[in-house]
Design a protein around this ligand. Structure first.
Ligand SMILES: [Zn+2]
Length: 157
């Protein structure tokens, strides 16, 4: 099934048809202009939503199931905006309750303990501190500078 058709079906089934028309592109590399996004590909992101440009990009090379999960994730962004905070989690929970085919679990709110643990995990994987902070920031839908400002000590692992 085409991703455009999936988008229309999901829009009807889980979003009450309230999403505007988006172009859906399945691409090898995600292309974006916003600052946080230049590391998207390196960080292994699988999708990105440009609300103003009404464009959802989905990375190729995923299984059908993963691609559907990514599409739904991006559609939630289309409704809830950037980041994975409360608006995103609420909307994700809402469509899951309606039976949307995704196993994604809403992320936990950022706390100092979680940030420290996450940064340390990435450091243990051999990443530099700067890379680890970028990953953790991305995982939580914020900029590395925001992460460092909010968690000056914990963000050092
Ligand atoms: Zn996201």
């Amino acid at each position: 099934m085409s991703t455009a058709k999936l988008f229309d079906d999901f829009n009807d089934q889980y979003f009450g048809g309230r999403l505007p028309r988006y172009r859906i592109k399945v691409v090898k590399r995600l292309r974006v202009r916003r600052k946080v996004d230049k590391d998207l590909n390196r960080l292994g992101a699988v999708g990105v939503t440009d609300r103003r440009g009404r464009l959802i990009q989905i990375r190729s090379g995923q299984s059908d199931e993963q691609q559907i999960e990514t599409l739904l994730h991006e559609m939630v962004h289309a409704v809830a905006g950037n980041g994975h905070g409360k608006p995103f989690c609420d909307e994700l929970e809402r469509i899951k309750a309606l039976g949307a085919p995704t196993n994604e679990k809403p992320s936990l709110p950022m706390t100092a303990t979680l940030v420290r643990g996450s940064v340390q995990d990435y450091l243990d994987e051999g990443l530099t501190l700067q890379q680890a902070q970028k990953h953790v920031a991305w995982d939580n839908g914020c900029l590395p500078s925001t992460l460092r400002r909010r968690f000056p000590r914990s963000s050092r692992g």
